[in-house]
Design a protein around this ligand. Sequence first.
Ligand code: ADP
Ligand code: MG
Length: 401
Amino acid sequence: MPEAKASRSFAKASVRDSEVEGHRVLLRADLNVPLDDGEVADDTRIRASLPTIELLRDRGASIVLVSHLDRPKGPDPSLSMTPVAKRLGELLDAPVKQAPAVVGDEVTAMASELAPGEVLLLENSRFEKGETKNDPALAEALAKLADVYVNDAFGTAHRAHATTEGVAHRLPGYAGLLLEQEVGQLTAVRDDPKRPLIVVLGGAKVTDKLGVIDRFLGFAEEILIGGAMCFSFFKAEGRDTGNSLVEDEGVEAAKRVLAEAEKSDTMLELPEDLVLGKKLDPGTETRELNGVDVPEDWMGLDVGANTSANFGRRIARAGTVFWNGPMGAFEIPPFDAATRAVAEAVAAAPGHTVVGGGDSVAALQRFGLADSVDWISTGGGASLELIEGRELPGVEALQDA
Ligand code: ADP
Ligand code: MG
Protein backbone atom coordinates (compact mmCIF):
# COMPACT_ATOMS: atom_id res chain seq x y z
CA MET A 1 0.00 0.00 0.00
CA PRO A 2 1.44 3.40 -0.97
CA GLU A 3 0.03 4.84 2.25
CA ALA A 4 3.16 6.59 3.51
CA LYS A 5 4.00 8.05 0.13
CA ALA A 6 0.38 9.06 -0.36
CA SER A 7 0.26 11.09 2.82
CA ARG A 8 3.62 12.69 2.06
CA SER A 9 2.38 13.89 -1.31
CA PHE A 10 -0.84 15.20 0.23
CA ALA A 11 -0.24 18.88 0.82
CA LYS A 12 -3.39 19.74 2.75
CA ALA A 13 -3.92 19.93 6.50
CA SER A 14 -5.34 16.69 7.86
CA VAL A 15 -8.06 16.28 10.45
CA ARG A 16 -5.52 14.01 12.17
CA ASP A 17 -3.48 17.12 12.96
CA SER A 18 -6.42 19.27 14.04
CA GLU A 19 -7.05 20.34 17.60
CA VAL A 20 -10.76 20.20 17.93
CA GLU A 21 -11.47 19.46 21.57
CA GLY A 22 -14.35 21.63 22.71
CA HIS A 23 -14.78 22.99 19.19
CA ARG A 24 -17.76 22.74 16.88
CA VAL A 25 -16.82 21.19 13.54
CA LEU A 26 -18.79 21.56 10.34
CA LEU A 27 -18.17 18.23 8.62
CA ARG A 28 -19.03 17.88 4.93
CA ALA A 29 -19.41 14.19 4.20
CA ASP A 30 -20.69 12.36 1.14
CA LEU A 31 -23.85 10.73 2.45
CA ASN A 32 -25.48 10.67 -0.99
CA VAL A 33 -26.81 7.13 -0.69
CA PRO A 34 -29.44 5.37 -2.81
CA LEU A 35 -32.87 5.19 -1.15
CA ASP A 36 -35.50 2.54 -1.56
CA ASP A 37 -38.97 3.13 -0.16
CA GLY A 38 -37.70 5.73 2.31
CA GLU A 39 -34.87 3.52 3.60
CA VAL A 40 -31.14 3.57 2.86
CA ALA A 41 -30.65 0.91 0.16
CA ASP A 42 -26.82 0.85 0.32
CA ASP A 43 -24.97 2.36 3.28
CA THR A 44 -21.43 2.11 1.81
CA ARG A 45 -20.95 5.87 1.78
CA ILE A 46 -22.25 6.28 5.34
CA ARG A 47 -19.82 3.60 6.52
CA ALA A 48 -16.98 5.26 4.62
CA SER A 49 -17.68 8.48 6.56
CA LEU A 50 -17.56 6.84 10.00
CA PRO A 51 -13.79 7.00 10.68
CA THR A 52 -13.72 10.81 10.51
CA ILE A 53 -16.93 11.18 12.52
CA GLU A 54 -15.55 8.84 15.17
CA LEU A 55 -12.17 10.58 15.26
CA LEU A 56 -13.87 13.94 15.86
CA ARG A 57 -16.15 12.52 18.55
CA ASP A 58 -13.21 10.81 20.28
CA ARG A 59 -11.38 14.12 20.34
CA GLY A 60 -14.25 15.86 22.06
CA ALA A 61 -15.58 17.90 19.17
CA SER A 62 -19.26 18.41 18.49
CA ILE A 63 -20.22 17.80 14.89
CA VAL A 64 -22.50 19.66 12.53
CA LEU A 65 -22.75 17.23 9.66
CA VAL A 66 -23.87 18.16 6.15
CA SER A 67 -24.29 16.36 2.82
CA HIS A 68 -26.37 16.50 -0.30
CA LEU A 69 -28.73 13.67 -1.18
CA ASP A 70 -29.61 13.16 -4.83
CA ARG A 71 -30.43 16.24 -6.90
CA PRO A 72 -33.45 18.12 -5.54
CA LYS A 73 -33.97 21.58 -7.05
CA GLY A 74 -35.24 22.87 -3.69
CA PRO A 75 -36.88 21.45 -0.56
CA ASP A 76 -38.32 18.00 -1.32
CA PRO A 77 -39.60 15.91 1.63
CA SER A 78 -38.93 12.66 -0.26
CA LEU A 79 -35.20 13.56 -0.22
CA SER A 80 -34.96 14.56 3.42
CA MET A 81 -31.95 13.29 5.38
CA THR A 82 -34.19 11.38 7.82
CA PRO A 83 -33.31 7.87 6.55
CA VAL A 84 -29.61 8.81 6.64
CA ALA A 85 -29.88 10.12 10.21
CA LYS A 86 -31.53 6.84 11.23
CA ARG A 87 -28.89 4.63 9.60
CA LEU A 88 -26.01 6.77 10.84
CA GLY A 89 -27.37 6.58 14.38
CA GLU A 90 -27.48 2.78 14.14
CA LEU A 91 -23.91 2.59 12.83
CA LEU A 92 -22.54 5.03 15.41
CA ASP A 93 -24.65 3.49 18.15
CA ALA A 94 -25.36 7.04 19.29
CA PRO A 95 -28.22 9.45 18.77
CA VAL A 96 -28.01 11.69 15.70
CA LYS A 97 -29.96 14.94 16.00
CA GLN A 98 -31.62 16.16 12.85
CA ALA A 99 -31.96 19.82 11.88
CA PRO A 100 -35.15 20.94 10.13
CA ALA A 101 -33.20 22.89 7.49
CA VAL A 102 -29.68 23.56 6.21
CA VAL A 103 -29.30 26.98 7.83
CA GLY A 104 -31.50 29.42 9.76
CA ASP A 105 -32.22 30.50 13.33
CA GLU A 106 -33.51 27.14 14.49
CA VAL A 107 -30.46 25.37 13.07
CA THR A 108 -28.11 27.90 14.66
CA ALA A 109 -29.77 27.33 18.04
CA MET A 110 -29.51 23.55 17.72
CA ALA A 111 -25.84 23.78 16.73
CA SER A 112 -24.99 26.04 19.68
CA GLU A 113 -26.55 23.57 22.12
CA LEU A 114 -24.42 20.61 21.02
CA ALA A 115 -22.32 18.95 23.71
CA PRO A 116 -18.89 17.42 22.92
CA GLY A 117 -19.34 14.19 20.94
CA GLU A 118 -22.85 15.04 19.77
CA VAL A 119 -23.82 14.97 16.11
CA LEU A 120 -26.34 17.26 14.39
CA LEU A 121 -27.20 16.32 10.81
CA LEU A 122 -28.35 19.24 8.67
CA GLU A 123 -30.99 18.87 5.97
CA ASN A 124 -30.06 17.96 2.39
CA SER A 125 -27.71 20.77 1.30
CA ARG A 126 -29.40 20.92 -2.11
CA PHE A 127 -32.62 22.10 -0.47
CA GLU A 128 -30.76 25.43 -0.62
CA LYS A 129 -30.53 26.81 -4.16
CA GLY A 130 -27.30 28.57 -3.16
CA GLU A 131 -25.52 25.25 -2.64
CA THR A 132 -24.67 24.42 -6.26
CA LYS A 133 -24.25 28.14 -7.08
CA ASN A 134 -21.64 28.41 -4.34
CA ASP A 135 -23.60 31.38 -3.00
CA PRO A 136 -21.47 33.47 -0.60
CA ALA A 137 -24.45 34.17 1.68
CA LEU A 138 -25.07 30.43 2.15
CA ALA A 139 -21.37 29.78 2.70
CA GLU A 140 -21.36 32.55 5.32
CA ALA A 141 -24.41 31.13 7.09
CA LEU A 142 -22.83 27.66 7.13
CA ALA A 143 -19.56 29.04 8.49
CA LYS A 144 -21.47 30.61 11.42
CA LEU A 145 -22.57 27.15 12.55
CA ALA A 146 -19.06 26.04 13.54
CA ASP A 147 -15.49 27.18 14.11
CA VAL A 148 -13.65 24.46 12.21
CA TYR A 149 -14.42 22.91 8.81
CA VAL A 150 -13.58 19.37 7.73
CA ASN A 151 -14.20 18.13 4.19
CA ASP A 152 -14.49 14.37 3.88
CA ALA A 153 -16.77 14.39 0.82
CA PHE A 154 -14.40 13.14 -1.86
CA GLY A 155 -17.33 12.27 -4.16
CA THR A 156 -18.21 15.97 -4.52
CA ALA A 157 -14.70 17.42 -4.19
CA HIS A 158 -14.71 18.21 -7.94
CA ARG A 159 -17.63 20.59 -7.42
CA ALA A 160 -17.22 24.14 -6.12
CA HIS A 161 -20.38 24.27 -4.02
CA ALA A 162 -21.15 26.24 -0.85
CA THR A 163 -20.66 23.21 1.44
CA THR A 164 -17.57 21.91 -0.40
CA GLU A 165 -15.72 25.08 -1.38
CA GLY A 166 -17.31 28.39 -0.35
CA VAL A 167 -17.39 27.58 3.34
CA ALA A 168 -13.77 26.38 3.29
CA HIS A 169 -12.62 29.97 2.73
CA ARG A 170 -14.41 31.11 5.87
CA LEU A 171 -13.18 28.59 8.47
CA PRO A 172 -9.90 26.77 9.10
CA GLY A 173 -10.36 23.81 6.75
CA TYR A 174 -8.99 20.28 7.17
CA ALA A 175 -9.16 17.16 5.01
CA GLY A 176 -11.13 14.24 6.44
CA LEU A 177 -9.64 10.75 6.58
CA LEU A 178 -11.56 9.41 3.57
CA LEU A 179 -10.81 12.40 1.37
CA GLU A 180 -7.15 12.22 2.32
CA GLN A 181 -6.95 8.50 1.53
CA GLU A 182 -8.81 8.87 -1.76
CA VAL A 183 -6.50 11.64 -2.92
CA GLY A 184 -3.45 9.68 -1.74
CA GLN A 185 -4.44 6.44 -3.45
CA LEU A 186 -5.44 8.02 -6.75
CA THR A 187 -2.49 10.40 -6.84
CA ALA A 188 -0.15 7.45 -6.33
CA VAL A 189 -1.68 5.65 -9.34
CA ARG A 190 -1.48 8.82 -11.40
CA ASP A 191 2.04 9.92 -10.51
CA ASP A 192 4.03 7.08 -9.03
CA PRO A 193 2.56 3.64 -9.74
CA LYS A 194 4.39 0.38 -9.26
CA ARG A 195 5.20 -0.87 -12.76
CA PRO A 196 3.89 -2.12 -15.01
CA LEU A 197 0.77 0.04 -14.82
CA ILE A 198 -2.22 -1.56 -16.54
CA VAL A 199 -5.27 0.65 -17.06
CA VAL A 200 -8.54 -1.13 -17.80
CA LEU A 201 -11.27 1.08 -19.23
CA GLY A 202 -14.83 0.30 -20.21
CA GLY A 203 -18.29 1.72 -19.74
CA ALA A 204 -20.55 3.61 -22.01
CA LYS A 205 -18.72 6.63 -23.43
CA VAL A 206 -15.21 7.35 -24.67
CA THR A 207 -15.64 11.07 -24.08
CA ASP A 208 -16.22 10.42 -20.33
CA LYS A 209 -12.86 8.71 -20.11
CA LEU A 210 -10.89 10.72 -22.66
CA GLY A 211 -9.03 12.74 -20.05
CA VAL A 212 -7.98 9.51 -18.35
CA ILE A 213 -6.80 7.99 -21.64
CA ASP A 214 -4.82 11.15 -22.38
CA ARG A 215 -3.24 11.08 -18.94
CA PHE A 216 -2.13 7.45 -19.30
CA LEU A 217 -1.09 7.40 -22.99
CA GLY A 218 2.69 7.44 -22.90
CA PHE A 219 2.66 6.84 -19.12
CA ALA A 220 0.99 3.45 -18.56
CA GLU A 221 2.49 0.30 -20.03
CA GLU A 222 -0.91 -0.93 -21.26
CA ILE A 223 -4.42 0.43 -21.70
CA LEU A 224 -7.05 -2.29 -22.15
CA ILE A 225 -10.34 -1.13 -23.62
CA GLY A 226 -13.69 -2.91 -23.40
CA GLY A 227 -17.29 -1.81 -22.81
CA ALA A 228 -19.37 0.11 -25.30
CA MET A 229 -16.52 2.59 -25.70
CA CYS A 230 -14.57 0.08 -27.82
CA PHE A 231 -17.09 0.58 -30.65
CA SER A 232 -16.02 4.18 -31.11
CA PHE A 233 -12.50 2.80 -31.63
CA PHE A 234 -13.74 0.13 -34.03
CA LYS A 235 -15.73 2.71 -35.98
CA ALA A 236 -12.62 4.88 -36.11
CA GLU A 237 -10.78 1.89 -37.62
CA GLY A 238 -13.50 1.63 -40.27
CA ARG A 239 -15.06 -1.58 -38.96
CA ASP A 240 -18.72 -2.56 -38.94
CA THR A 241 -20.37 -1.85 -35.61
CA GLY A 242 -23.94 -2.97 -36.41
CA ASN A 243 -26.36 -1.56 -33.83
CA SER A 244 -23.71 -1.30 -31.11
CA LEU A 245 -23.65 1.83 -29.00
CA VAL A 246 -21.35 4.22 -30.86
CA GLU A 247 -20.84 7.71 -29.58
CA ASP A 248 -20.36 9.97 -32.63
CA GLU A 249 -18.24 12.49 -30.76
CA GLY A 250 -16.17 9.58 -29.50
CA VAL A 251 -15.15 8.42 -32.98
CA GLU A 252 -13.03 11.48 -33.75
CA ALA A 253 -11.48 11.27 -30.31
CA ALA A 254 -10.76 7.57 -30.83
CA LYS A 255 -9.01 8.32 -34.13
CA ARG A 256 -6.71 10.77 -32.39
CA VAL A 257 -6.07 8.35 -29.51
CA LEU A 258 -5.23 5.53 -31.94
CA ALA A 259 -2.75 7.77 -33.78
CA GLU A 260 -1.13 8.90 -30.54
CA ALA A 261 -0.94 5.35 -29.23
CA GLU A 262 1.00 4.36 -32.39
CA LYS A 263 3.68 6.89 -31.52
CA SER A 264 3.77 6.18 -27.78
CA ASP A 265 5.24 3.36 -25.70
CA THR A 266 1.80 2.51 -24.34
CA MET A 267 0.12 -0.58 -25.75
CA LEU A 268 -3.53 0.09 -26.49
CA GLU A 269 -5.34 -3.25 -26.48
CA LEU A 270 -8.82 -3.54 -28.04
CA PRO A 271 -11.12 -6.59 -27.88
CA GLU A 272 -10.56 -9.51 -30.26
CA ASP A 273 -13.98 -11.13 -29.80
CA LEU A 274 -17.46 -10.08 -28.70
CA VAL A 275 -20.76 -11.31 -27.38
CA LEU A 276 -23.63 -9.98 -29.45
CA GLY A 277 -27.31 -9.55 -28.73
CA LYS A 278 -30.25 -8.39 -30.79
CA LYS A 279 -31.40 -5.94 -28.14
CA LEU A 280 -30.31 -4.60 -24.76
CA ASP A 281 -32.86 -6.85 -23.11
CA PRO A 282 -32.82 -9.91 -20.88
CA GLY A 283 -33.79 -12.98 -22.87
CA THR A 284 -32.71 -11.44 -26.19
CA GLU A 285 -31.16 -13.69 -28.84
CA THR A 286 -27.36 -13.83 -28.35
CA ARG A 287 -24.32 -15.12 -30.23
CA GLU A 288 -20.55 -15.15 -29.87
CA LEU A 289 -18.41 -13.43 -32.48
CA ASN A 290 -14.81 -14.43 -33.03
CA GLY A 291 -13.68 -11.08 -34.44
CA VAL A 292 -15.05 -7.59 -34.05
CA ASP A 293 -17.00 -6.73 -37.20
CA VAL A 294 -20.54 -6.65 -35.88
CA PRO A 295 -23.14 -7.85 -38.42
CA GLU A 296 -26.17 -5.71 -39.26
CA ASP A 297 -29.03 -5.97 -36.73
CA TRP A 298 -26.71 -7.09 -33.92
CA MET A 299 -25.24 -5.17 -30.99
CA GLY A 300 -21.95 -5.82 -29.23
CA LEU A 301 -23.04 -6.11 -25.59
CA ASP A 302 -19.99 -7.69 -23.99
CA VAL A 303 -16.39 -8.47 -24.90
CA GLY A 304 -15.74 -12.15 -25.61
CA ALA A 305 -14.08 -14.92 -23.62
CA ASN A 306 -10.72 -14.67 -25.46
CA THR A 307 -10.59 -10.95 -24.75
CA SER A 308 -11.37 -11.32 -21.06
CA ALA A 309 -8.82 -14.13 -20.74
CA ASN A 310 -6.20 -11.93 -22.42
CA PHE A 311 -7.08 -8.96 -20.19
CA GLY A 312 -6.97 -11.28 -17.16
CA ARG A 313 -3.43 -12.48 -17.99
CA ARG A 314 -2.22 -8.90 -18.35
CA ILE A 315 -3.90 -7.83 -15.09
CA ALA A 316 -2.14 -10.72 -13.32
CA ARG A 317 1.26 -9.35 -14.43
CA ALA A 318 0.59 -5.76 -13.36
CA GLY A 319 2.39 -3.90 -10.59
CA THR A 320 -0.63 -1.58 -10.48
CA VAL A 321 -4.11 -1.99 -11.97
CA PHE A 322 -6.48 0.94 -12.38
CA TRP A 323 -9.93 -0.18 -13.52
CA ASN A 324 -12.77 2.11 -14.52
CA GLY A 325 -15.86 1.03 -16.45
CA PRO A 326 -17.56 -2.34 -16.97
CA MET A 327 -16.61 -4.52 -19.96
CA GLY A 328 -20.20 -4.98 -21.09
CA ALA A 329 -23.83 -4.40 -20.23
CA PHE A 330 -23.22 -6.27 -16.97
CA GLU A 331 -26.64 -5.48 -15.51
CA ILE A 332 -28.19 -7.93 -17.99
CA PRO A 333 -26.90 -11.53 -17.98
CA PRO A 334 -25.37 -13.11 -20.00
CA PHE A 335 -23.64 -9.81 -20.86
CA ASP A 336 -22.00 -9.74 -17.41
CA ALA A 337 -19.48 -12.50 -18.14
CA ALA A 338 -16.46 -10.39 -19.13
CA THR A 339 -17.03 -7.82 -16.39
CA ARG A 340 -17.15 -10.71 -13.92
CA ALA A 341 -13.97 -12.23 -15.38
CA VAL A 342 -12.14 -8.89 -15.20
CA ALA A 343 -13.44 -8.29 -11.67
CA GLU A 344 -12.14 -11.72 -10.66
CA ALA A 345 -8.77 -11.03 -12.28
CA VAL A 346 -8.49 -7.68 -10.50
CA ALA A 347 -9.50 -9.28 -7.18
CA ALA A 348 -6.86 -12.01 -7.59
CA ALA A 349 -4.10 -9.73 -8.95
CA PRO A 350 -0.91 -9.62 -6.88
CA GLY A 351 -0.31 -5.98 -7.88
CA HIS A 352 -1.85 -2.91 -6.27
CA THR A 353 -5.46 -2.62 -7.45
CA VAL A 354 -7.58 0.52 -7.56
CA VAL A 355 -11.13 0.65 -8.91
CA GLY A 356 -13.18 3.79 -9.58
CA GLY A 357 -16.52 4.49 -11.23
CA GLY A 358 -19.99 3.95 -9.81
CA ASP A 359 -20.93 1.09 -12.14
CA SER A 360 -17.60 -0.73 -11.89
CA VAL A 361 -17.84 -0.61 -8.11
CA ALA A 362 -21.47 -1.79 -8.26
CA ALA A 363 -20.30 -4.71 -10.43
CA LEU A 364 -17.58 -5.64 -7.92
CA GLN A 365 -20.13 -5.57 -5.13
CA ARG A 366 -22.61 -7.64 -7.10
CA PHE A 367 -19.91 -10.29 -7.64
CA GLY A 368 -18.95 -10.21 -3.95
CA LEU A 369 -15.38 -9.14 -4.75
CA ALA A 370 -15.24 -5.65 -3.27
CA ASP A 371 -13.17 -6.78 -0.27
CA SER A 372 -10.45 -8.22 -2.51
CA VAL A 373 -9.47 -4.91 -4.10
CA ASP A 374 -6.87 -2.63 -2.50
CA TRP A 375 -8.79 0.60 -2.97
CA ILE A 376 -12.32 1.29 -4.13
CA SER A 377 -12.95 4.91 -4.85
CA THR A 378 -16.22 6.31 -3.53
CA GLY A 379 -16.06 9.14 -6.04
CA GLY A 380 -16.86 8.49 -9.71
CA GLY A 381 -16.49 11.91 -11.35
CA ALA A 382 -14.05 13.18 -8.73
CA SER A 383 -11.74 10.19 -9.19
CA LEU A 384 -11.68 10.70 -12.97
CA GLU A 385 -10.93 14.42 -12.62
CA LEU A 386 -8.12 13.75 -10.17
CA ILE A 387 -6.59 11.14 -12.49
CA GLU A 388 -6.88 13.58 -15.39
CA GLY A 389 -4.70 15.94 -13.38
CA ARG A 390 -7.38 18.53 -12.74
CA GLU A 391 -7.52 20.42 -9.45
CA LEU A 392 -10.41 19.50 -7.17
CA PRO A 393 -11.92 22.74 -5.77
CA GLY A 394 -13.04 21.00 -2.56
CA VAL A 395 -9.45 19.97 -1.88
CA GLU A 396 -7.74 23.15 -3.08
CA ALA A 397 -9.80 25.35 -0.73
CA LEU A 398 -8.49 23.57 2.38
CA GLN A 399 -5.56 24.93 4.38
CA ASP A 400 -2.11 23.78 3.37
CA ALA A 401 -0.42 21.35 5.72
P1 ADP B 1 -18.55 3.66 -14.47
O1 ADP B 1 -19.77 4.13 -13.69
O2 ADP B 1 -17.93 2.46 -13.85
O3 ADP B 1 -17.60 4.77 -14.73
P2 ADP B 1 -19.90 4.02 -16.99
O4 ADP B 1 -20.96 4.82 -16.32
O5 ADP B 1 -18.97 4.72 -17.91
O6 ADP B 1 -19.08 3.17 -15.90
O7 ADP B 1 -20.60 2.89 -17.88
C1 ADP B 1 -21.38 1.89 -17.33
C2 ADP B 1 -22.49 1.49 -18.26
O8 ADP B 1 -21.98 1.10 -19.51
C3 ADP B 1 -23.24 0.32 -17.70
O9 ADP B 1 -24.58 0.71 -17.47
C4 ADP B 1 -23.15 -0.73 -18.79
O10 ADP B 1 -24.37 -1.43 -18.99
C5 ADP B 1 -22.84 0.09 -20.00
N1 ADP B 1 -22.18 -0.71 -21.05
C6 ADP B 1 -20.98 -1.27 -21.02
N2 ADP B 1 -20.73 -1.94 -22.16
C7 ADP B 1 -21.82 -1.80 -22.94
C8 ADP B 1 -22.16 -2.24 -24.25
N3 ADP B 1 -21.33 -2.99 -24.97
N4 ADP B 1 -23.35 -1.86 -24.75
C9 ADP B 1 -24.20 -1.12 -24.01
N5 ADP B 1 -23.93 -0.66 -22.78
C10 ADP B 1 -22.75 -1.01 -22.24
MG1 MG C 1 -21.53 5.19 -14.32
